[in-house]
Design a protein around this ligand. Structure first.
Ligand code: ADP
Ligand code: MG
Length: 706
């Protein structure tokens, strides 16, 4: 645990001290080289080896001055985690000494053995070659542990044949695609100055903390991140006394160090608070360019876990660590911004800005409706299956929230009534573009919508807490890029732009307004209403993922050069395999715990009760309570034994299924329900067996003690 005295080290000084940011490059690089780097970041020029050599030398000196001995290309393979391959800077000089070297080549390109990372059949293992390439859009940083410091260089990971083996490459490509189409639309709207578009992303990360002592006694938490058994304590989250409550000292200390660690690497952690569930928390950094935000979020997750351990706790990032208690998600705040600083979802006040706003917002509505299945697929994981559709999380139905005033404006345009007043009394007047001025407070709040407009950005709330945000952002960018492309095709041909804009919004919104829903998304009425509207409600990941191999999805990604057909297909396989593996581990630990911990403990306890009952009977005392309890526990133990055997059978069948799709289905349809049946018995036993005799710490310890 490290305590930093902010009077001695001001936060502003600490911030970014371990980050090779643009500010550091500006200070340390020759002027012309820094300008080159800015141009490369802006996508205007390719990185040359000459420039890379200069940057590498400066980066090396900077890192070494801060104590680094090693560097690593830091990338995000399809495991969902980040990967590192460390090399030291040393280079032997032949006389028994070394010098510290780092070349431009080493900066821009790495060659980790790719054979052990998932490729979904893209690369046979004998073609082990994979390359990592420096991602200039996300800053290098230093990772420090008590024994040393490593320079981490964010990279993209590709195969020998150029196929993406990571989550970064497709994201970068999707931003490019979106940029091309958005700029076309902006030009048609008369914007001559913006050159490029980026997406800005600010993820709000939820997580649980549990005491390390109890965590260590829960092998299920250790291996799978969630409890496969457990009974809710007498007190759950019903008192709602945790949300925004005062932080416990231990947690406050943890958060202070978490912030400090993130600030050091240049991550602007800003907001932190207790969440709804006991021992659940949230951290939100200020938004960044999406590629930097993706990396930052991976680091946030990693740092939560590292710092928690230093404070005698464990950070849980799983979407549903505890059944019956709120799960954890990640709100992906997303917006589109131009290189000259225009937020396209800022409703603005002048008519020009607002035509732009309404047009781009209409594009998002259309994209979310047309590509609802794809957006659903972007968050399809076995962990999120426990969350989506449960009544605290957004439902599995993809809908979009706009709030009353904005929806009214769109409705009016669709109905051809674009003057008059909104219900809220705000004036709608015709501007030069014949589009209405927007009322001041354009959107109210809605906590239940999976995709909500929140003033000047959209908040996609279906993302799971443990997921990389790269894929959800990639799919979202692709969907919006396609709609904007169609808008641009029309606008470029139109002689009267104002009429064309109006016409596009009218047509698009009329066709896709079914996806706009401003009510409570957690109700059963909404499920029925959504069905009437024809909106898909895909409740599990296996079904959700199938959209990835539909021809229209493959065509979408090909059109925008984000994935080739092979890449789309291989990713579908990887996601299914991952789903199966996850449940395979959960089922394995369920069987293990049921057989080797729960069953023996329960049988011992019922035997002890029976013995006590006999002893009591021998002295003539009435013992029917002991007898009844012993009998009930024995019955449940026997049922547990049977259910465990059944789980083992279906698990074996699933493991033997060769076809990836059929296998994932088997895990979902057979293994998961069989696990639930085992859990029912275990949880019933937990309620009957004395706490002292129970082999696992319960939800009470895990959720309330810190
Ligand atoms: P809320 O309370 O509505 O969730 P906040 O202002 O707390 O909104 O912001 C939540 C997250 O959204 C933060 O990470 C913030 O930086 C991010 N955010 C704000 N504006 C944008 C934007 N234009 N693009 C992307 N993310 C944004
Ligand atoms: Mg929010």
């Amino acid at each position: 645990m490290s305590v930093i005295d902010f009077t001695k080290t001001p936060v502003a000084e600490l911030f970014g001290s371990n980050c090779f940011s643009n500010a550091v490059m500006k200070e340390r690089l020759p002027k012309n080289i820094y300008k080159e780097i800015l141009a490369v970041q802006a996508g205007e020029r390719e990185l040359t080896l000459t420039v890379a050599e200069v940057v590498a030398a400066v980066m090396r000196d900077w890192a070494i001055s801060k104590g680094a001995s090693h560097y690593t290309h830091w990338f995000q393979p399809l495991t969902g985690l980040t990967a590192e391959k460390h090399d030291s800077f040393i280079s032997p000089t032949g006389d028994g000494k070394v010098i510290m070297e780092f070349s431009g080549k080493e900066l821009v390109k790495g060659e980790p053995d790719a054979s052990s990372f998932p490729s979904g059949g893209l690369r046979a293992t004998f073609e082990a070659r994979g390359y990592t390439a420096w991602d200039v859009t996300s800053p290098a940083f230093l990772k420090q542990d008590p024994t040393g410091t490593t320079l981490c260089i964010p990279t993209a990971f590709i195969s020998y044949y150029g196929q993406a083996l990571d989550k970064k490459v497709p994201l970068l490509k999707s931003v490019d695609a979106l940029s091309v189409q958005a700029i076309r639309v902006l030009r048609a709207l008369g914007n001559e100055t913006s050159k490029r578009l980026i997406t800005t992303v600010g993820p709000e990360q939820e997580y649980f903390l549990v005491d390390k002592e109890y965590f260590d006694k829960r092998p299920d938490l250790l291996l799978t991140g969630r409890t496969v058994f457990g009974v809710l304590p007498a007190k759950g989250q019903e008192m709602e006394d945790h949300y925004f409550g005062a932080l416990k000292e231990k947690v406050a200390g943890f958060m202070r160090e978490l912030n400090t660690e993130l600030w050091k690497v240049g991550i602007p952690a800003k907001t932190q608070h207790n969440e709804v569930a006991p021992n659940q928390f949230e951290i939100a950094p200020v938004f960044l360019n999406s590629t930097a935000a993706v990396d930052a979020n991976q680091l946030v997750m990693e740092t939560i876990r590292t710092v928690a351990r230093r404070h005698g706790m464990e950070g849980l990032l799983h979407e549903k660590p505890f059944a019956g208690v709120n799960g954890s998600g990640k709100h992906n705040n997303w917006s589109m911004a131009t290189d000259d600083g225009i937020n396209l979802f800022d409703p603005g006040e002048n008519p020009e800005a607002n035509a732009r706003f309404l047009l781009f917002a209409a594009a998002v509505i259309e994209a979310v409706d047309r590509y609802a299945l794809l957006i659903r697929a972007s968050v399809a994981t076995s962990g999120n299956d426990h969350r989506l559709g449960a009544n605290e999380a957004p439902p599995a139905i993809v809908s979009i929230f706009f709030g009353g005033p904005l929806t009214e404006i769109f409705d009016n345009i669709a109905e051809g009534k674009n003057s008059g007043k909104t219900e809220s009394g705000a004036l709608i007047k015709l501007g030069v573009t014949s589009l209405p001025a927007l009322p001041k407070d354009v959107s109210d709040r809605n906590r239940t919508s999976p995709f909500a407009f929140t003033g000047n950005k959209f908040e996609f709330r279906m993302v799971g807490s443990s997921q990389s945000i790269a894929t959800p952002n990639t799919y979202l960018n692709a969907a919006v890029a396609q709609v904007l492309k169609e808008y641009a095709d029309k606008l470029e041909k139109a002689s009267n732009k104002n009429e064309a804009i109006q016409g596009i919004i009218k047509e698009s919104y009329s066709k896709h307004k079914r996806v706009v829903f401003n009510g409570n998304g957690y109700t059963d009425e909404w499920v029925r209403e959504a069905e009437r509207r024809g909106l898909p409600n895909v409740k599990n990941a296996v079904d959700a993922l199938s959209v990835l191999i539909r021809s229209e999805t493959i065509a979408l990604f090909e059109e925008h050069r984000i994935f080739t057909k092979e890449e789309s297909e291989s990713r579908y396989h990887i996601y299914l395999e991952k789903y199966s593996k996850q449940i395979n581990i959960e089922a394995g630990i369920t069987i293990e715990l049921a057989r080797r911990s729960i069953f023996p403990a329960a049988s011992d306890f019922s035997a002890k009760l029976a013995k006590d009952a006999a002893a009591l009977a021998a002295i003539g005392a009435v013992s029917s309570a002991q007898e009844k309890r012993a009998k009930r526990i024995a019955e449940l133990s026997s049922e547990l034994f049977d259910e465990t055997a059944k789980l083992e059978t279906v698990l074996g069948e699933a493991q033997d299924t060769v076809d990836v799709q059929a296998q994932a289905k088997a895990y979902f349809e057979k293994v998961r329900p069989a696990m639930d049946n085992v859990r029912d018995k275990v949880d019933a036993l937990e309620k009957l067996v004395s706490k002292n005799a129970w082999p696992l710490p319960g939800y009470e310890e895990l959720l309330f003690k810190l």
